[in-house]
Design a binder for this molecule. Structure first.
Ligand code: FMN
Length: 168
């Protein structure tokens, strides 16, 4: 096991009720540091965001903030999260996007919605739940079952979190 910040970060995410991820748009995509964290593999295989409420935020200057939102939302969905919303914020380099009152209002609305969904224990969009069900039960779960020995840690994580109850 690699001993780096990814272990600490994923441990803290596992204990949280919600996750808000904000990222700038670099070269039409998510920044390299974010991709490195994702590629460490905790999110999707472990279903790290199972039942957690998420909000994605992207800043951009010219174009492709939507691509960052799309990447984050796909990561959240495939990792088992309840997607609560997103914010795509146009802003200049080295400026604070919260200087703009309209941006502060959008942030407030989205975070209030996130809190409401947590309080009411909302299950989220039905179509997204179906998509996750298919991805997990037809894609990820059979793959892990086939390579059970290699994925003993992942299976233990699923059982601990109540993601699977019976044999994998
Ligand atoms: C290396 C680099 C690449 C960037 N690429 C894009 C881009 O493809 N599209 C865009 O709209 N803005 C791009 N920007 C602008 C940033 O997205 C924008 O300034 C950013 O959201 C500010 O975030 P930061 O101050 O946290 O880096 C880029 C900025 C940098 C430094």
């Amino acid at each position: 096991m690699l001993k780096d910040d990814a272990e600490n970060i994923s441990g803290r995410i596992a204990e949280a009720d919600a996750l808000i991820v904000g990222a700038p748009t670099y070269a039409s995509s998510i920044p390299g540091q974010m991709k490195t964290l994702i590629d460490r593999g905790h999110f999707v295989m472990e279903q790290l965001l199972h039942g957690k409420y998420t909000l994605s935020i992207a800043t951009y200057e010219n174009a492709d903030g939507g691509a960052v939102i799309k990447s984050l939302n796909k990561l959240f969905l495939y990792s088992g999260a309840v997607l609560c919303g997103n914010l795509c914020i146009k802003t200049g380099f080295n400026t604070n996007p919260l200087d703009l009152r309209s941006t502060r209002d959008r942030v407030r609305r989205q975070t209030e919605k996130l809190c409401r969904m947590i309080r009411k224990k909302k299950k989220g969009n039905a179509l997204l739940r179906v998509i996750h069900h298919v991805v997990f039960h037809i894609g990820i779960r059979p793959f892990v079952k086939k390579h059970q020995r290699k994925f003993a840690g992942v299976i233990a994580h699923w059982r601990d979190r109540g993601i699977v109850h019976d044999a994998v």
